[in-house]
Design a protein. Sequence first.
Length: 66
Amino acid sequence: MTQFVGLDVSQKDTAVSVVDEEGRQMWRGKVKTDPTAIADVILSRAPDAKRIGFETGRSRPGSGMH
């Protein structure tokens, strides 16, 4: 089964979402922002991942650099 992974990376934690080819959520959770921890959760929850996307940075309006 084809899987897609979305990562929302912050300094402390990374939110992980795994969906199938129909967009149905298969798993959702958080992991410590650490390369090994992120790789472990992807390998265990989405071993057939076709694509992995991520979002980083500030997302609140007005929180950008001045």
